[in-house]
Design a protein around this ligand. Sequence first.
Ligand code: HEM
Length: 221
Amino acid sequence: MNTAQPFSQLIRTASRAQHEEAESSGFLGAMLGGRHGVEAYARYTQQLRFVYRALEERAGVLRDDPVAGPFVRPELLRLSALDRDLAHLRGPGRPADAAPLPATEEYAARIAECARDWPAGYVAHHYTRYLGDLSGGRIIRDAAERTWGFDRGGDGVRFYVFDAIPNPAAFKRAYRARLDALPVDDLEKRRVVEECRRAFAYNTALLRDLEREFPATARAL
Ligand code: HEM
């Protein structure tokens, strides 16, 4: 690993293989191909809520942290969008919070641990989710609108709409500049990259759990 590289490039290159693995998930593939019923999408969205609760529940404290603070931005916060999507997906009168899948539970617990004890590790989780949402998220949103007929950018897909980020490319550039300025030494940077790989692995495990529940061959309802 060449730590002389800008850190944003290093973390991106070092997690490329894991990204490809996550991208080739059967569950996501079936979702993008319109082969899942809306139940599968709802279950996936529920899992994301556990993940984002862990990412965002300590945002108020982490905002003042010298390492994690620069990444914690109100325009990224996703919990209220997820709640609106879930209210829409569940319909009135359904239980508020279904149980997390085992992989989701482990993933959320690890994020919470980092948020509490290791701000640089938290940055790895923050990067893996939010920069991904700002990048490939659009593809999932388009597929969801097409497949299940949600209003464009409306209830059901609000999670993918960053109202307060009109220019995602510029936001990502600024985010990468903050990664490059991460105030930690090379050894710690290596640990952050490792944590990012781990974050991708958690995502892959979560998607596998979902695939078990909704086999990729399932036809859309
Ligand atoms: C169908 C699944 C997915 C598709 C189609 C997809 C697509 C993309 C695309 C097009 C980019 C932009 C690459 C670039 O700027 O050159 C990207 C970046 C990214 N994706 Fe994904 N992605 C998927 C799944 C995931 C998953 C499951 C994660 C992890 C939770 C993830 C995390 C990321 C991250 C962190 C980046 C930013 C890389 C960087 O610029 O540093 N992606 N993705």
